[in-house]
Design a protein around this ligand. Structure first.
Ligand SMILES: *[C@@H]1O[C@H](CO)[C@@H](O)[C@H](O)[C@H]1NC(C)=O
Ligand SMILES: *[C@@H]1O[C@H](CO)[C@@H](O)[C@H](O)[C@H]1NC(C)=O
Ligand SMILES: *[C@@H]1O[C@H](CO)[C@@H](O)[C@H](O)[C@H]1NC(C)=O
Ligand SMILES: *[C@@H]1O[C@H](CO)[C@@H](O)[C@H](O)[C@H]1NC(C)=O
Ligand SMILES: *[C@@H]1O[C@H](CO)[C@@H](O)[C@H](O)[C@H]1NC(C)=O
Length: 334
């Protein structure tokens, strides 16, 4: 609550958030050393040599690296310094890069769009090292246009129980969908199928991400408002970003929450919400650290006590551990 108390106008809001989601339920993220760096919708991949690569929305899909998780982190360049080849508005302002390792190469699915638009595309760039200058843009994989049921942004690639690639995506409109990809990971070979839906307007789910643990596939989503916060005019407590999860024996769902409620029927078990200095956490992913063999929960949050309180220009990196003992992800200190 330290940050909240410093910022007098926000005290009531902070207290309301705290009581709603349970202030003590969530551990603080790992303290990060070094100068501030912007992170939104992070993707974090550790290379074979141990080096960490963090990718972010904006900065033409910014690349930020470190040799230790607690920093310092250095902004080293971009995946697409010369913009995406996808001929859609937003091609110079890439969102939500999703990087994973397949067949000896790093695949970055990314989104081209503009705020509040369905005129969107998911593209693919490939690299052998993840370093700036090494990425080759392969352009459009999938798109949406005004009037479609879905919005083709926030991609996440996963491999299903039969070894087949599935791309999850979606943001607002009818929320989260999935398509099957060809074996070369470049072509969509099925129609979109709904994976999660929040029936409450404005149907605010996005940032889907699938992680396999033991015999379950876990679908994580960010729900609520990510951005554009104004300190003295915040949305009603609980309407800001937070992270929900559901699980299934199949990467294609149905994903059920802890109470057995289907995520297509507004189900979802809360994993992380606003607490203390952490406001609107989301854009979540998981990776397994090669050094510690531990799963790390990676997300962005808006620091309440940043130089400009609640301003998502100061969106920061959150890292926590995960306790899977109950069969559900419970965040821990890292
Ligand atoms: C990228 O897009 C921006 C904005 O449209 C433009 O000014 C810039 O010239 C583009 N860069 C390249 C290399 O095409
Ligand atoms: C997408 O999911 C895969 C695991 O299924 C993971 O390795 C990758 O980091 C994810 N990326 C993002 C940004 O969600
Ligand atoms: C997007 O997809 C539609 C068909 O669904 C197609 O007509 C349109 O040309 C595509 N846009 C781009 C930029 O590829
Ligand atoms: C659904 O949306 C409402 C309104 O933003 C929100 O209060 C609720 O937490 C959301 N639930 C899920 C599972 O996304
Ligand atoms: C957020 O911070 C940025 C960078 O300092 C600034 O340009 C912008 O005006 C701020 N927005 C608000 C709503 O205070």
């Amino acid at each position: 609550m330290r940050g909240c108390l410093f910022f007098v106008l926000a005290v009531n809001v902070c207290l309301a958030v705290a009581s709603q989601v349970g202030e003590t339920l969530f551990p603080d993220p790992l303290p990060i050393q070094g100068p501030f760096f912007f992170v939104h919708d992070p993707s974090l991949v550790q290379r074979e040599d141990g080096k960490y690569f963090l990718f972010t929305t904006h900065d033409k899909a910014g690349i930020i690296t470190a040799t230790h998780l607690n920093g310092p982190w250095t902004e080293v360049g971009s995946i697409l310094p010369r913009n995406s080849t996808i001929q859609l508005p937003g091609r110079d302002d890439i969102w939500a890069p999703d990087v994973s390792f397949h067949n000896g190469e790093y695949y970055a699915y990314y989104a081209v769009s503009t705020f509040g638009s369905q005129n969107s595309g998911i593209g693919l760039a490939i690299s052998q090292t993840m370093e700036p200058g090494s990425w080759v843009d392969h352009g459009l994989v999938f798109n949406s246009t005004t009037g479609d049921e879905f919005n083709a942004i926030d991609p996440n690639l996963s491999i299903d129980e039969h070894g087949n690639p599935v791309l999850s995506f979606g943001s607002f409109w009818d929320d989260i969908f999935q398509v099957s990809l060809s074996k070369d990971l470049r072509t969509v070979i099925s129609s979109p199928v709904q994976a999660s839906f929040n029936s409450t307007s404005p149907n605010p789910e996005e940032g889907a991400f699938i992680w396999k643990h033991d015999s379950f596939f876990y679908l994580f989503i960010s729900s609520g408002l990510c951005c554009g916060f104004v300190a003295d005019d915040l949305p009603p407590a609980g309407d800001e970003y937070k992270v929900f999860v559901g699980r299934s024996k199949s990467a294609h769902g149905p994903f059920l929450d802890k109470n057995g409620l289907d995520m297509r029927e507004t189900g979802g078990t809360l994993v992380l919400g606003s607490h203390g200095n952490i406001y609107a956490p989301g854009g979540q992913v998981i990776f397994t650290d090669k050094k510690t063999k531990k799963d790390v929960f990676v997300y962005h949050y808006v620091p309440v006590d940043s130089p400009s309180p609640f301003n998502d220009s100061f969106s920061s990196l959150g890292l926590n551990g995960i306790d899977w003992n109950s069969g559900w992800p419970v965040l821990t200190a890292l």
